[in-house]
Ligand binder design. Sequence first.
Ligand SMILES: [Zn+2]
Length: 388
Amino acid sequence: MKEKQWKRLSVQSVMLLVCVLVFGFFYSGDFPGSSGRTVLADDIPDKIVSEDLADLDDEIYVSDTGMGEAPIHASVSTLKERSHTYIKLVEDKIATGAALYIRNDYINKSVSLTINETSEKDFSINNIVRYNKGKTISGKAAKKNKSDFLRNISVRSLKLKSGNYRVIVDIKTKKLYESCLYEIKGEYYISFAEPHKLYDKIVVIDAGHGGIDEGTSSIDKKYHEKDYTLFIVQEIKKLLDKSDIKAYYTRLDDRYVSKLDRTRLANNLKADLFISIHCNASDKGDTTAYGVEALYSARCVNGASITNKRLARLLMNNVAEKTDNRKRGIIKREGLYLLHHADVPTSIVEVGYMTNKSDLKCIRGKLNRKKMATGIYDAIEKAIDTAS
Ligand SMILES: [Zn+2]
């Protein structure tokens, strides 16, 4: 071997050794998120700790979207009235002073329980007992056991700088449930109720697009559909919150949600209505098209007391009337994902054209978007009246 080759070989060996050492250093650490293990915050690089804590804080403090819930003080009879399906947390595993929260994730049919600032580090799935219609189940989720309503259950914990722990229990259910956390005489329970057993009428409101999917935009690309659909949905929520109609939302912030997830939410909830809100755009630089449209599929929905076509007409009429805009009409569209895959009464309402100057001016006006929300809310009320 020549001198040059020797040199190259020795350089390569040193590099390999460095790689092995670096890999070994990282691999030996317990990384956050590894299920069932306690992560000692002091043992892992600072960057990961702070990122992980930021994520967890987001999960906890989401009460502004109506999804983070603190315990409700109740009695056993209240719990059983609400549901015959519930879990109980073994009492002595939750140290006093710990704060408990749950977050329902309806799209993923799951609920996460956070036990914050607990001094108990050994919380495991064995500290959770579940009851379903008189049957008691514990341990791992039993997929084949019909009495078990869980798909999966896992526990992670993180050591906090205070010396206490944050325990997160991820519970995935077989069906979509509405969960509620109770404190009954110092003990904690989570109930799992089927939404239609709690609520007479259920609607799913979908703010079109979101996150990386901006939807359509104005000709100058300054304004994006996803922002306006979200605003309108937040306004509809204010109206629905005051009504006795229960609503679920595919998103209440700027996030990406797949069409599959949006449709699944409506189907899993067996919603009475599924309404998707969009802004329109015309092709090839045509700026003349304007007005309100609603899209529907002629597909028959089993057991529904309102047709997709009637729902579309109600939406189009009410939004156009409220905003003094042109009724462009209702359009049968069979190929659109949402319309094709939803098994509940569904319509897509296009509140105006972002490619038209006067429609864009209307959409950009906050007051007009509030009027659009009122129009959609009125259509929901009329559609539900028709149905009942
Ligand atoms: Zn759209």
